[in-house]
Each structure stands twice: as structure tokens, then as C-alpha cells.
Design a protein around this ligand. Structure first.
Ligand code: ATP
Ligand code: MG
Length: 384
């Protein structure tokens, strides 16, 4: 390939949009032209020609000012702007003075860089810190308040002191739980790309977690309906502690959101090979929060069903966001920090599993976690 052709191909193949702009007089805006636009630029600016009037390709004032600084002040310039349209994107534009063309035109190079993803990550991080501090500040403020009271007028009031110490203990526990969840979340995220190595018997793990949760169930007057497949074992690939966390969180939510005297059903099913079929259940909206790896062949499913308030369809996609809680469920016995399902999501991602929620307002919820099986059992059954 001759050098000129190679350069042309190279510029066209660059992933970031590039324009070369030519201009003569600062006052004559309509005379500014782009004289080269690579494929990425043509796609982003929705232009077909490689050459044309600049204003026909770009109208954003930030871009135009940046171009002019390079063209007429002969300096490098840059600016950030957002495109409007179906999807808002954050872009950074940089302009460099190139010199004079053979026709005496002033030339500048314009490059665009999409910063939407970087901005999104940055925003998530800022939100995360704000949320985490807020969640810690509330119990901390309460603790400080009670310490002050205990040092002041409640100093000699034995009954009040006992009551306040009880509340303080609960607040301290809440802070400890929050910190444990945050630590666990960051650890899981760190090794999310390292596949788990162990093999876990799901029947045993679920049995243990259900047993451990039964005092909480009794306290909340919720019956745990666990049909242990006695004698059966169901081995899945995974890390035991993390699978325990998944079961615990799903069960904890189901108990927390159940009305009095209702029961929570916990079921296991093995040898599922067609998750799309397993997922179709009439009438109830459902959403996959973690999509299972399509290359896996058989799954074991853990299904936790409650008769609680259910979740409105528009809130389903946000359930696994950190700190997300459905409005109106933020107080009383249903308190929580909104980290549980975020933890579950990351664990299921790491396990190349799936997580599906099916729920409708007033009709309870079913959360199903799919774990890749360690080996397919005999007579694989299709999900019904
Ligand atoms: N079984 C359920 N029924 C109704 N709503 C639910 C159920 N499970 C989760 N939700 C909703 O999803 C939100 C997020 O759940 P998640 O487990 O992440 O947080 P949490 O239970 O509020 O707090 P945490 O688990 O950190 O103690 C909950 O606040 C609740 O609004
Ligand atoms: Mg929870």
C-alpha cells in the first residue's frame, strides 16, 4: 500500500472522530469548511461527504468557539459539551492549529472524545460515597445524641439509661452491618472476574441458611416453607460463603417484606437447561437482573417466593443498584440499606449465574438465582 493511501486508511480507521477544518476570515463563519472527516466523525455527525460547510456538520457553540481559537489565535483549545438527542452523550473536543493550506486557508485539527462512560463512573462513585456517608451519619448522630443525654439529664435515671443503651446498641449494630456489607461488596467486586473454584452442595447450604433464619422468621411471624429434597444433593460450582450470602439476602428480603402469618416458599430445582422457558410465567412482569452465561448448559435454581407487597414494574430494573430502596419502604421494621441485592448481583455475576425477579404490586415477589451445576445430573429435564 503506498504511503498516502496508508495514511488515509489509518485516519479513517481511528476510533475517535477527527475533522480537519479550514477557514479564511474570522468574521466569515459560513466560509469555514471541514475538508477531512474520518469514518467515526461522519458517523457521529451524521454526514456523508468528507468535505462540506462546517455549520452543516457542527452547530454546538462550544465546538465552534474551540475551532476558532485554534484557527485564528493559532493555539490549542478544548471544550466539553453534551449532545442532545435520543441519548445524551458527554464529549470533549480538542482543536489544534495546523498551519496554512496551499490555498492560504488556516487549518485546524479537531478531535472528539466520548467521555460519557467516564462521567457515568465518576457520578456513580460520587453518589456511592455520598450514600455511604449518609447511611453512616444517621446512626452516628443518634449515638452522639444519646451519649449527650446520658451525660446530662438522664445521668441518674436508671430506667432511661437502660432504654437508651439498648437503642445505642442497635445503632452501633446497624453501623457494623453497613460496614460489613460495604467491605463485602468491595471484596466481591475486586474478584468478580476470577471464577470461583469450589463445588458446593446447594441443598445443604440452603438448609443451613433456612435453619439459621428461622428465629427471625418466628420473630416476624413468617413461616418458612422449605421443602428439602431429603437425601438429594445438588452440586454447583461456586464459593460457599458467597452462595450463603445470596441465599441469606434473598431470604432476608422475603421475610422482611412478608405480611404477618404469611409463608415464604423456598424451592430448589436442578438440571435446568432452558432458562428462557424457565423464565416464562404468565401474567407477572419479570426481569433478568443478571443474565446467565449462554455457554453454560445446566443450572440449579433457587427460588424464593413471598406474599409481600410486590414491586412495581418500573422499579424492577433498579433493584440491584447499590443503596436503592423502593420509595415508601424506608422505615419501620423494613429498614435496610439497599446493599443486599447489589451484593447478590455481583456474586451471581462472578458465578456466571443468573438472577431473575418476577413481581407485581400486591402480588408478592419471586427471586430466582441460577447457579451453573458442577456436573449435569442424569436425565436433564427442561424447565416447565
Ligand atoms: N421480596 C421483596 N419484596 C418487596 N420488595 C423487595 C423485596 N426484595 C427487595 N425489595 C425492594 O428492593 C430494595 C432493595 O433490596 P436490598 O436487599 O438490596 O436492600 P434492603 O433489603 O433494603 O437492605 P439490605 O439488604 O442492605 O439490608 C428493598 O429496599 C425493597 O424496596
Ligand atoms: Mg435486603
Amino acid at each position: 500500500m503506498p504511503a498516502a493511501q496508508l495514511y488515509a486508511a489509518l485516519i479513517d480507521a481511528l476510533p475517535d472522530p477527527i475533522l480537519v477544518v479550514a477557514g479564511f476570515e474570522a468574521e466569515d463563519l459560513t466560509a469555514r469548511r471541514y475538508i477531512l472527516a474520518n469514518a467515526a466523525a461522519r458517523e457521529m455527525l451524521r454526514i456523508t461527504a468528507e468535505e462540506g460547510m462546517l455549520l452543516s456538520a457542527v452547530r454546538d457553540p462550544v465546538v465552534l468557539t474551540t475551532v476558532d481559537a485554534a484557527l485564528f489565535d493559532e493555539t490549542d483549545a478544548e471544550g466539553a459539551y453534551e449532545t442532545t438527542g435520543a441519548q445524551t452523550r458527554s464529549l470533549r473536543v480538542r482543536a489544534r492549529w495546523l498551519g496554512f493550506g496551499h490555498d492560504g486557508a488556516r487549518l485546524a485539527l479537531l478531535t472528539f472524545h466520548d467521555e460519557t462512560e467516564v462521567r457515568r463512573v465518576e457520578r456513580t462513585r460520587v453518589d456511592f460515597l455520598a450514600n455511604a456517608s449518609h447511611e453512616l451519619r444517621t446512626p452516628l448522630a443518634s449515638l452522639s445524641g444519646f451519649i449527650e443525654t446520658l451525660r446530662g439529664h438522664a445521668r441518674d435515671d436508671v430506667a432511661a439509661r437502660d432504654k437508651f443503651l439498648g437503642i445505642m446498641q442497635a445503632q452501633a449494630d446497624r453501623m457494623a452491618r453497613l460496614i460489613a456489607d460495604l467491605t463485602s461488596l468491595s471484596r466481591i467486586e475486586l474478584d468478580e472476574h476470577v471464577p470461583p473454584r469450589g463445588v458446593v452442595d446447594l441443598v445443604m447450604v440452603v438448609g443451613e441458611v433456612v435453619e439459621a433464619a428461622s428465629p427471625l422468621g418466628a420473630q416476624r411471624r413468617v413461616k418458612l416453607d422449605w421443602r428439602s429434597c431429603a437425601g438429594a444433593s445438588m452440586t454447583v460450582r461456586g464459593e460457599r460463603d458467597q452462595i450463603v450470602q445470596v441465599v441469606q439476602n434473598l431470604l432476608d428480603n422475603a421475610i422482611k417484606y412478608s405480611p404477618d402469618n404469611a409463608s415464604v416458599r423456598i424451592e430448589l430445582q436442578s438440571g435446568l437447561s432452558d432458562l428462557a422457558a424457565a423464565a416464562s410465567q404468565e401474567g407477572v412482569p419479570r426481569l433478568s437482573l443478571v443474565a446467565p452465561d449462554p455457554s453454560q448448559e445446566t443450572y440449579a435454581a433457587l427460588r424464593v417466593t413471598d406474599l409481600g407487597p410486590g414491586i412495581a414494574r418500573q422499579n424492577l430494573p433498579r433493584l440491584s443498584e447499590r443503596f436503592y430502596r423502593v420509595d415508601g419502604q424506608k422505615s419501620g421494621a423494613r429498614s435496610g440499606t439497599g446493599l443486599g441485592l447489589a451484593i447478590v448481583k455481583h456474586i451471581m455475576n462472578r458465578h456466571r449465574g443468573g438472577l431473575v425477579v418476577a413481581s407485581a404490586e400486591g402480588e408478592g415477589s419471586t427471586f430466582t438465582a441460577y447457579f451453573p451445576m458442577a456436573h449435569a445430573p442424569e436425565g436433564v429435564v427442561k424447565a416447565s
